[in-house]
Design a protein around this ligand. Structure first.
Ligand code: GN1
Ligand code: MG
Length: 370
């Protein structure tokens, strides 16, 4: 029961009015999330309360400091354009002590936001129109943070998208075989091994400074954007835990592999998994239009590489966690991480088949919008 988990925490935050109800949201793979309803006279006030996963985020103070800095920056940028800041950027609710987080007696870390009402976070993108809005939201996010001083940010999860290190972590997990599952996944390990060069490509291009380091979101699933329920237009980008220096290809690639897949990230029937080209085009249109004048030709040309690397990266991360015995991602069955791995591999194979088509698409949008 959600209320019992959080009742001791509620008085620690500056929530306005009287507590009415709460429910848990289950779509995230990392943190615990609750939606709260309060009433103040005739007014209903909604909040999001989250318990931060400190196995994943070892430096929660750093995470919260990043979020405070980034939301402040986004807010002041949006204010200049006259946008509705209450719905277009996340707003932290402070603790009664004026802090950005509360540490409970068992060292659990809690934080709260104002809940943005009449908005959708899509676990599944239904149509290209929605996907274009998701592209606009992440493109705008990128643009609005282009002048943010990256040196102020803490690297909340060091080497998060460092796919070369991710590959070595996978090899180590295979060697250690903590959960005794390595024999069962020889084909998947072999697949990752064969792809190791491609997987390290973005890291190499960043090292060579062919690609610039930017402030990126790093977790651009469609359910990390809110869309207005009535107009369908993009509102705030949420889940800012992994905002760190990174590559624009990470944000583009992660969004496409998640939102433009023909199936869910944990689909068991791999025969129905592929890349939906219409949704891919829609996302790319929105993203390229919003980042016009910001992204370099070197980045734009390589957007399809972002899809390949991020799909492969997630395959590696799910497989590593499967071998480790499911320590990192929330799972709903003992084979959940294996199913996710196979789904990402199936998607990557389809992306590889479509490479020429993807390059041609990007070239078209570059001449049209960038
Ligand atoms: C996690 O927190 P959530 O569910 O938005 C993960 C992402 C993965 C994603 C896969 C901090 O995202 O990197 O791409 O699961 N977040 C972290 O669904 O590891
Ligand atoms: Mg999320």
């Amino acid at each position: 029961m959600a209320y019992n988990d959080i009742k001791g925490i509620l008085p620690r935050f500056r929530f306005q009015g009287k507590y009415v109800s709460s429910r848990e949201l289950t779509s995230g793979n990392i943190n615990e999330t609750y939606v709260l309803e309060y009433r103040d006279g005739d007014e209903t006030l909604m909040y999001t309360l989250q318990k931060v996963n400190t196995y994943v985020f070892r430096d929660p103070q750093g995470v919260m400091q990043n979020i405070a800095l980034v939301t402040d920056h986004l807010k002041s940028t949006l204010m200049k354009t006259g946008a509705d800041c209450r719905r277009d950027v996340l707003e932290l609710v402070r603790t009664v002590d004026g802090d950005v987080m509360h540490r409970d007696r068992k060292n659990g870390i809690w934080r709260a936001y104002t809940y943005i009402t009449n908005a959708l976070a899509l676990d599944v993108v239904d149509n290209p129109g929605q996907m274009e809005e998701v592209g606009r939201a992440f493109g705008r996010f990128q643009r609005n943070l282009a002048d943010f001083p990256a040196a102020q940010l803490t690297e909340t999860i060091p080497h998060f998208h460092h796919t070369t290190k991710r590959f070595y972590a996978l090899m180590r997990a295979v060697d250690e075989d903590k959960a005794g599952r390595a024999r069962e996944v020889e084909d998947e390990i072999e697949f990752m091994f064969e792809h190791r060069r491609m997987l390290g490509e973005i890291v190499r291009l960043l090292d060579q400074k062919v690609l610039p380091l930017r402030v990126t979101h790093n977790d651009t699933k469609s359910n990390n954007v809110l869309l207005d329920q009535e107009t369908g237009k993009a509102l705030a980008v949420i889940d800012l835990d992994t905002v760190m220096p990174g590559s624009s290809l990470y944000d583009y690639g992660d969004a496409v592999r998640f939102g433009a897949s023909t199936a869910r990230e944990d689909e068991e029937d791999t025969s129905i998994i592929g890349l939906d080209m219409e949704k891919t085009r829609a996302f790319t249109r929105g993203f390229v239009q919003e980042t016009a004048g910001i992204l370099s030709d070197e980045e734009l040309q390589r957007l399809p590489l972002g899809i390949k690397v991020l799909t492969g990266e997630l395959a590696m991360r799910f497989l590593t966690d499967y071998l480790d015995g499911d320590l990192y991602f929330k799972v709903n069955s003992p084979t959940h991480n294996l199913v996710r791995t196979r789904a990402q591999i199936a998607l990557l194979k389809d992306v590889e088949r479509r490479e020429d088509e993807l390059n041609a698409m990007v070239a078209r949008y570059m001449t049209r919008y960038a």
